[in-house]
Ligand binder design. Structure first.
Ligand SMILES: Nc1ncnc2c1ncn2[C@@H]1O[C@H](COP(=O)(O)OP(=O)(O)OP(=O)(O)O)[C@@H](O)[C@H]1O
Ligand SMILES: Nc1nc(=O)c2ncn([C@H]3C[C@H](O)[C@@H](CO)O3)c2[nH]1
Length: 212
């Protein structure tokens, strides 16, 4: 039996943390949440992406590397199931969008070295939604530094995510991707929708031979 390890992915504000928390609570999984407030570069990054992208992307990569190393050592090694509100591949999605080609090349080389022996999830949950919905949720959440996020940046990121996930599915047939449309399914306000998402995840874990 494999130890369940689910990662939730999707563009900014789509509901990754919200769904991860719900899954952790309902399934009694360990919750791995990405670091946001401690990131010293995010504020500057949104003010001037070209100037701060390398520092920002490296900061996210190093943090996620440390978090996943700890998860492997202290949680998965103890056979405790995990749900994470990110997959480390998101570094590539953001970095490819924000870094100039010459820096991206260096960044990707470092990424490949650091992620070689990272734990691999049994499945990925991909949440997507219209850019209108994403912009509304970002505004509603009200993080100060995210007021500077431009609609065009979100349009590009949402498309980047679609393309990357399609490619990921082709390249990793052993890691299934469950897709949910955040405009059609509301696991915050509608309990039946949350039950549906949980059922789909359970079924996928069973098919993957995971004990949960
Ligand atoms: N299905 C939903 N319906 C309505 N509001 C939602 C839904 N999912 C999340 N939200 C709200 O949208 C905001 C963003 O959600 P959340 O923080 O979970 O997104 P995220 O994908 O983790 O964001 P980030 O990429 O910034 O980490 C929050 O205020 C949350 O309460
Ligand atoms: N540039 C950049 N690279 C990343 O790897 C990355 N991961 C998350 N974020 C931004 C999105 C939200 O504002 C906020 C919380 O998710 O942080 C990122 N920004």
């Amino acid at each position: 039996m494999n130890v369940p390890f689910i990662t939730i992915e999707g563009p900014i504000g789509v509901g990754k943390t919200t769904l991860s928390q719900a899954l952790a609570t309902h399934k009694n999984f360990h919750l791995l949440k990405e670091i946001v407030d401690e990131n010293p570069f995010l504020n500057k990054f949104y003010e001037d992406i070209a100037e701060w992208s390398f520092q920002t992307e490296m900061f996210f990569l190093c943090n996620r590397y440390k978090q996943l190393t700890d998860i492997k050592k202290y949680i998965l090694a103890e056979k405790k199931p995990v749900v994470a509100d990110y997959h480390i591949f998101k570094n590539l999605i953001f970095a490819q969008r924000t870094l100039p080609a010459s820096e991206y090349e260096k960044y990707e080389a470092i990424y490949q070295i650091l992620t070689k022996d990272m734990p691999k999830p049994n499945m990925v949950v991909y949440l997507y939604a219209s850019v209108d919905t994403l912009m509304q949720r970002i505004a509603m959440r009200g993080r100060d530094f995210e007021r500077l996020i431009e609609r065009q940046y979100m349009e590009q990121l949402a498309q980047d995510y679609h393309d990357f996930i399609d490619q990921f599915e082709r390249n990793h047939p052993d890691i299934p991707v469950l897709r949910f449309n955040g405009d059609a399914i509301d696991f915050v306000k509608n309990h039946d929708d949350l039950t549906y998402v949980l059922q789909q995840c359970n079924q996928m874990l069973e098919e993957r031979g995971c004990q949960s």
